[in-house]
Design a protein around this ligand. Structure first.
Ligand SMILES: [Zn+2]
Length: 361
């Protein structure tokens, strides 16, 4: 939103001369544009300042299991171009990497303004320090790859790696003033972006947010992570399809099961209800641990939030300190962005620019 110098000085608690110096630098760098002052009857209306949306762009990459989504985003985080390409899952590390690289190079060639940095969002676990994909289940080809080093060298641009759920949470920060919240990314796997005082919490090793591997049944099915009864094996999108298959012997995509549930089909309703209940179980633990002001559901599974929230909410209300009403008071929101991961990856690259880590051309 365009703001005048006086409004910015007030909002930032700066004197007008101090703000003037800063704005002068930003205008010189081409990052901020200042409209000409307009005349009004008595005196001049202050000239509004706004971020220059065409100064540069960044690339945001969503490493999905079957599909890679690559996008160019302007300095405001708005998409300029989006490209999807099949990942080649199962074809080995060099095939999947070369598909990713070719798509990224193609997008850079098409870019209307310089692409100055690249953000990559991946399912966890990943190592931020080493810029390495570790061993995300369902994601065998890129296991142990030093992705940041390779992309940085091959694309010749600073590259940042982030957990997909943390990336989605970073993007959601643009839509909320909440200080402390947990963003639950619902897809085949389930992750949590934990936001504390508007900063994403990563944990000591950077593994924080592996919500999908919280055990909701200690005697449950084994999970590729080495644990048993993990949340994502009960409430992930594939798990819901699998439950419906077990109940009906019919293999259907999630969207069709959701249609059946909306039409009142009892097995379809039960499939979503049990996933919602498991999510409620996890949410109780999150509320007890973090006392967030907000829980956000996002990602492909959140398209069916209306089928998940009733049982999630019921479990939360009856198990999170019910006599204090912790669960009842917790606000649950659904991220309106259908795919928040690519924009979230771009957000990581933008943050590095705004922190001054990357010089602009
Ligand atoms: Zn697990």
């Amino acid at each position: 939103m365009p703001r005048s110098r006086a409004e910015l000085a007030r909002a930032l608690g700066l004197s007008k001369p101090a703000l003037g110096d800063l704005v002068g630098d930003l205008i010189e760098l081409g990052l901020v544009l200042e409209a000409a002052p307009t005349s009004i009857q008595r005196g001049r209306r202050p000239a509004p300042l706004r971020i220059n949306p065409r100064r540069f762009c960044v690339m945001g990459i969503d490493l999905g299991v079957d599909t890679y989504e690559l996008g160019l985003y302007n300095p405001l985080g708005q998409p300029l171009q989006i490209l999807q390409t099949p990942s080649g899952v199962g074809k080995g590390a060099e095939v999947v990497y070369s598909r990713l690289l070719e798509a990224a190079q193609h997008l850079i060639e098409q870019a209307p303004v310089p692409v100055v940095a690249v953000g990559v969002a991946s399912p966890g676990p990943i190592s931020f320090e080493r810029g390495q994909i570790l061993t995300p289940p369902h994601f065998p080809d890129l296991h142990n790859m030093y992705l940041v080093e390779r992309l940085q060298r091959d694309l010749d641009r600073p590259t940042y790696l982030e957990h997909d759920s943390a990336a989605a949470a970073r993007r959601f920060l643009r839509s909320t003033s909440a200080e402390n919240f947990i963003y639950i990314l619902l897809q085949q796997g389930i992750g949590a972006g934990i936001v504390i005082k508007r900063q994403v919490y990563r944990g000591h090793h950077g593994f924080a947010g592996e919500l999908g591997h919280m055990s909701v049944n200690m005697d449950g099915e084994p999970c590729p992570c080495g644990n048993r009864g993990c949340l994502e094996n009960v409430a992930g999108t594939t798990a819901i399809e699998f439950r419906y298959l077990r109940l009906t012997k019919q293999s259907l995509p999630l969207s069709t099961i959701a249609e059946l549930a909306h039409a009142g089909n009892p097995q379809a309703l039960l499939s979503f209800e049990q996933a919602g209940r498991a999510l409620g179980w996890a949410a109780v633990n999150l509320v007890n641990l973090f006392d967030p002001e907000l829980l956000v559901l996002g990602g492909p599974g959140a398209a069916y939030a209306d089928l998940l929230i009733p049982s999630l909410r019921h479990h939360l209300n009856t198990h999170a300190y019910p006599y204090l009403g912790w669960g009842e008071h917790l606000q649950i929101l659904v991220d309106p962005l259908l795919n928040p991961i690519g924009p979230g990856a771009a957000e990581c690259a933008l943050e590095a620019i705004y922190l001054g880590d990357i010089p602009l051309p």
